[in-house]
Design a binder for this molecule. Structure first.
Ligand SMILES: [Zn+2]
Length: 159
């Protein structure tokens, strides 16, 4: 089983849950810690059972609740270095032992999941998406590329 739930999406905040039999991970934490907690509870996922939070980029609508949530439930955070350094307010809340730095060129694993980051075009420090692979199933998550396109559309209309 490799399932994927959108907890929140859109400009007011983004957070996704990826779930297998043994592993629960979040991609982004862009709403308040309380909101993430309540969405997980609705799906019968104990917040403290999360195996990690992967971060795509540092914009507020992707990390708003990150520091508070990771601290409260003691969850490992997976982030690339430039992105981490671009969000000092979140960084200072996360305990050092929970910070896991990845590079976009390298695959890594969380339990039964293989994670393959890839670069995405977005106006952030070092934005990435993730391919998440379990056995022969794969999901790819790339957020905010649409926002980028919208921005160009708006600009065009104004002319
Ligand atoms: Zn963004």
């Amino acid at each position: 089983m490799l399932n994927f739930y959108s907890l929140y999406s859109g400009s007011s905040g983004n957070s996704l849950l990826v779930k297998t039999e043994n592993t629960n991970i979040l991609i982004d934490a862009g709403v308040s810690s309380k909101k993430i907690e309540s969405a997980l509870t609705t799906l019968n996922v104990e917040p403290s059972s999360l195996d990690g939070i992967l971060i795509t980029h540092e914009h507020t609508d992707h990390v708003q609740g990150l520091g508070t949530f990771a601290k409260k439930f003691d969850i490992p955070v997976f982030v690339n270095k430039k992105t981490l350094n671009a969000m000092p307010k979140q960084k200072e809340k996360i305990s050092e032992k929970n910070i896991n730095i990845f590079t976009i060129e390298e695959k890594f694993e969380i339990n039964d999941l293989k994670i393959k980051p890839f670069a995405i075009p977005h106006d952030a420090a070092n934005p990435c998406g993730f391919s998440i692979i379990k056995d022969n199933k794969k999901i790819s998550i790339a957020t905010d590329i649409r926002t980028h396109v919208k921005w160009y559309t708006k600009k065009f209309r104004r002319k």
